[in-house]
Design a protein around this ligand. Structure first.
Ligand code: HEM
Length: 434
């Protein structure tokens, strides 16, 4: 007979609370739950009572083995409410069809064509830094990733719209972040509906302008927007995909880049090594895709940043029917979460799990599959994994080439927003390299 999923004891709850207060983030509490209750446990926050699952076996179960028995969509979730029928929140055939439409511009073979844009937009933002000034890399990286994404995938210059839509985008991100809605369904988020109107107006305009150009005989464009329009789906469904990619495609890389700078800033030896590698491989020239792919150490830095601070630190599903995992009963309709963060910091899988050791990735596949799963896995793995990694490599390499960075605030903690963000920010003094 399968057992019920255990809840942590009250003693464990107390220790979890102490960890939360000490480390200032709820993931610290979850680690105590896992250490004392095991790899499958339940947490309760009002009506929100998901089952949390940790480890490669659990991830494989959710993402591959029992894939057909889970669904993503959850009607009571602000993510579904905002993204409506975006690929991220659809299931079954609808999901697969949308994924196929959007796949070509995100295919790895398209990556070399994006490098020039990624460099140009990085330079555009860094040109605004005064020599010796302190900038918040969390903010600066968001500017870069927004400009990169909108130009690479929608073929637009987002410089001016970004100024107008900046706070609206941040408000929408807050809207889909963990918050009061978990215990109070429909809890208001101030400013969310006007933010949504403003972003929607911009996206519908993009669709109308491109559609008119196509009708006037211009080529549709081989970008994501062109593929969506040519697939014949209606404007509402196109808007849902554009908003999904806008949020999923830039907020994640903002977090990855900001954490990478934080880790390099707190480990000057790693910063030095990464810079030397960039200098040796690329020198003073504009990087090309082959040179970027040879930045082996920088690749390990990115992989280690993704391990320690996975921007998407969990994957959420709903059990479509009663299931059993590792002797535990998962009732139909339950929300089940696989924890990327806990898996990637599990001492049973990763020696010295909290330490930043980029070289650990040099040894090849030491860990079982799904021990590192920053991009998820199976049929719903990240659609932008190749783009995201190329972007991180290009932006970091280009800025290491052009600037010196010194971290001025080491007291940073992970904040559970839509992604895992370094708060209060990553403040660095920037100096142009002569
Ligand atoms: C560092 C960057 C990124 C990280 C760490 C990341 C992480 C993830 C993860 C973990 C998932 C799976 C979530 C789950 O199982 O529920 C996912 C899905 C997804 N990601 Fe990413 N992502 C990144 C960048 C991007 C980019 C650049 C794009 C688009 C340009 C993108 C688009 C998507 C989409 C559309 C999905 C949903 C796929 C589906 O459900 O079929 N992501 N991402």
């Amino acid at each position: 007979m399968a057992k019920s999923v255990p809840m942590p004891s009250s003693q464990t709850g107390l220790r979890a609370l102490q960890a939360l207060l000490r480390e200032r983030h709820p993931l610290a509490a979850l680690r105590v739950f896992q250490a004392e209750t095991g790899n499958v446990f339940r947490i309760r926050l009002g009506h929100f009572a998901p089952i949390i699952m940790v480890g490669p076996q659990a991830a494989r179960f959710i993402l591959v083995d029992a894939y057909e028995h889970f669904r993503w969509r959850n009607e009571y979730d602000p993510v579904t409410e905002l993204l409506r029928h975006g690929v991220l929140v659809e299931d079954g055939n609808k999901h697969d069809t949308l994924r196929n439409v959007m796949a070509p511009p995100l295919h790895p073979k398209r990556l070399p064509g994006y490098v020039a844009t990624l460099i140009r937009r990085t330079d555009q933002i860094s040109a605004g830094w005064q020599d010796g000034a302190v900038v918040d890399m969390l903010v600066e990286m968001r500017k870069i990733t927004l400009l990169n994404l909108l130009e690479a995938l929608y073929n637009v210059d987002f410089t001016e719209p970004m100024k107008e839509l900046w706070f609206s985008i941040l408000t929408l991100i807050r809207y889909i972040s963990p918050g009061l809605w978990m215990i109070w369904r429909g809890a208001p988020v101030p400013g969310a509906s006007s933010a949504r109107q403003r972003v929607d107006r911009y996206l519908y305009d993009l669709i109308h302008v491109r559609r008119a150009a196509i009708l006037a005989g211009k080529a549709p464009g081989d970008d994501l927007l062109g593929h969506l329009i040519m697939s014949g789906i209606d404007d509402d469904l196109i808007r849902d995909q554009l908003l999904t990619i806008l949020i999923a495609g830039h907020d994640t890389n903002t977090a990855l880049l900001a954490w990478s700078w934080y880790l390099l800033g707190t480990h000057p030896d790693a910063m030095q090594r990464a810079r030397e590698e960039v200098d040796n491989q690329i020198g003073n020239h504009l990087p090309d895709v082959d040179q970027l792919s040879r930045l082996r150490y920088l690749g390990f830095v990115i992989r280690e940043a993704l391990r320690l601070y996975p921007p998407i630190h969990l994957g959420s599903r709903v059990a479509g029917e009663e299931l059993e995992f590792d002797g535990y009963r998962i009732p139909a309709g339950e929300r089940v979460i696989y924890s990327i963060y806990l898996t990637q910091r599990d001492p049973a899988l990763w020696p010295d799990p909290d330490a930043f050791i980029p070289e650990r990735h040099a040894q090849g596949a030491q860990q079982p599959a799904f021990a590192w799963l920053a991009f998820g896995g199976g049929k719903r793995n990240c659609m932008g994994a190749a783009f995201g990694q190329l972007e991180a490599r290009t932006v970091l390499a280009r800025l290491l080439q052009t600037h010196e960075f010194t971290l001025v605030n080491a007291a940073v903690h992970p904040h559970m927003g839509a992604t895992l963000e370094p708060r209060p920010g990553v403040f660095m003094q920037v100096r142009r390299r002569r």
